[in-house]
Write a protein that binds this ligand. Sequence first.
Ligand code: FPP
Length: 252
Amino acid sequence: MPSPGHASVTGDLPVHVAIIMDGNGRWAAQQGLPRIAGHERGTENIRRVTNAAAEAGIDYLTLWAFSTENWSRPLEEVAGIMRLLGEALDRETMELHRQGAQLRHIGSLEGLAPDLRKSVEDAIELTKDNTRLKLTLAFDYGGRQEVVRAMQEIVRAGIPADEITEETIALHLYTCDMPDPDLVIRTSGEHRMSNFLIWQAAYAELHFSPVYWPDFGPEHLQLALDDYASRERRFGNISAEAAALTSARGSR
Ligand code: FPP
């Protein structure tokens, strides 16, 4: 089991990619369709991007499908997204399993209808021993709420204040057995994190794509991966070039 922390240091390929799937509503408006049509196309697109990520060799793919704030959307839209989640699980779980993918969830399942909650739990149980792609659905997920929940757990466990470290906190997050995301992608041209993986993405590289999520295809994922490969990750350290210069000066 990987420990929480940095997954990929300089790697050409990120170990963990997390995506804020944004722009379904604007995609639909652009086509003169109701918002739910954008969510339908967005849901279909999950398969396309998941396959592309698996083919690229990504180990962890985390997709943000519903935020804690999304409950405040019109009732009809929320109900539509819940329906889509149920249909997607019915349609895709066996195929994910056949491909050796492991389905995970971060966030809360408490607000879901009991049968939908059971479908999510069954899919997680069925695929739990698979080792290929770890596909995590962030559903009813919010980063601050996750940190609050972690603090509550730590206090309840009676851990003394001066024994609390970064690792203690990481181990009480939903992502306790996952590496931190190396690359966070947000589609639709918005440049915000919006309460997504706020602790875990502290050192992530960020890639903002102008493309609306329903149109975000393998070629756009590849652009993001190429962008990632061109970055130098320093985690607060100095660049390799500067380090070489410093040590060359020191040895003179
Ligand atoms: C953002 O589009 C999209 C979401 C609310 C999350 C993504 C949702 C899906 C892909 C569909 C549901 C997923 C599952 C797994 C059932 P937006 O509505 O905020 O777009 P806008 O900013 O253009 O209005």
